[in-house]
Ligand binder design. Structure first.
Ligand code: GZL
Ligand code: ZN
Length: 326
């Protein structure tokens, strides 16, 4: 059962942390074996985007010594094999719990089974896996398909009534956000005059988005592309560089829709170089830390926790830019 968690859950999470005295002191026995800090291995994807940096900062802040944790951090440089090896290493270290932001959905069954056999609970944050959900305690993240639908519905409303040639900058191949954002968007534009003429992964990076967009511009020309759907802001920012280098105006000659709403993306939106951004909230650390503590205290936790997102036009972005946390 998908339990929708409003932003208020974050507040509840914080209260829970404070209430059990975890904020500030290492709760004796908090890690289930009665001694000092909870040793947690966190397998992060890498450092591919502004979103990822904000997520890593949120996780490190939540899994801090003053919150009762001893965090072992690994960033796998977007390499799925390296990430699985990092999790195996956490198991060998005998950590109390493992948190993973899985780069891709597939390939996790064996190592998750090994963690289970070792009695080490696993909590997923951000992206999901295709492995059976009895191989992890809980997942906290975002509804990627809903993000794709929100982006697609806006595109359909704005551009759906006229012939619109669209290219897509896909996220990491095989990742849950790339799969689900594509699926949601495609469903939302079905039956409109928006035609997807090309789609290729830019690996969620600015450089990747720029290179793929340069290829599209070389293949179709500025006049052959009306709309770019980028699965994240970093690739949209790379596309902006390529479009400007080709002598065209991003947000005018070629419209851009993106997902994340990180600071640089929101600034480009306010400048009119991006036309619409759907948020993907990276601040998952507090919720993930609360779930790890609950699991180790043998409390019941939900299998799925969704954090809510919102979306922005340039005007809406200008209103909130100074108050945003990332
Ligand atoms: C989404 C996250 C994606 C972001 C990208 O929750 O997994 O990975 O959209 C990031 O910016 O690289
Ligand atoms: Zn211990």
């Amino acid at each position: 059962m998908n339990k929708r968690i409003l932003a208020g859950f974050a507040l509840l999470g914080a209260l829970a942390l404070t209430a059990t005295g975890c904020a500030g002191t290492a709760e004796p026995g908090a890690d289930g074996d009665g001694d000092g800090p909870i040793k947690v291995g966190f397998a992060q994807t890498g450092s591919e985007s502004g979103w990822r940096s904000a997520n890593t900062e949120s996780m490190k802040t939540a899994f801090s010594a003053e919150n009762g944790f001893d965090l072992v951090f690994n960033a796998a440089d977007n390499d799925p094999a390296a990430q699985i090896a990092a999790v195996r290493d956490f198991i060998n270290q005998g950590v109390d719990a493992i948190v993973i932001a899985p780069i891709v959905t597939d390939g996790w069954d064996d190592v998750l089974q090994e963690a289970k056999d070792a009695g080490i609970p696993v909590v997923l944050e951000d992206r999901t896996v295709s492995a059976s959900d009895d191989l992890f305690a809980s997942w906290v993240g975002l509804d990627f398909k809903k993000e794709g639908v929100t982006a697609g519905e806006w595109a359909a409303e704005q551009y759906g009534d006229t012939a619109t040639k669209m290219v897509v900058l896909e996220g990491t191949t095989g990742s849950a956000p790339a799969n689900d954002r594509a699926e949601g968007f495609d469903e939302a534009i079905a039956g409109t005059q928006i035609e997807k003429i090309d789609s290729q992964t830019g690996e969620f990076t600015r450089d990747g988005g720029k290179k793929v967009m340069e290829g599209f511009l070389g293949k179709y020309g500025v006049d052959g592309i009306d709309l770019v759907y980028a699965h994240n802001d970093d690739m949209a920012l790379g596309a902006i560089e390529a479009i400007e280098a080709a002598g065209a105006k991003p947000g005018e000659d070629i419209k851009i829709i993106s997902i994340d709403a990180v600071k640089d993306g929101m600034l480009a939106l306010i400048d009119g170089k991006i036309n619409y951004i759907v948020e993907c909230n990276p601040l998952l650390g507090e919720l993930a830390a609360g779930i790890v503590k609950d699991v180790l205290d043998d409390k019941t936790v939900e299998k799925t926790y969704f954090v809510t997102d919102q979306s922005f036009t340039p005007e809406q972005a200008a209103e909130v830019i100074d108050s945003r946390l990332y």
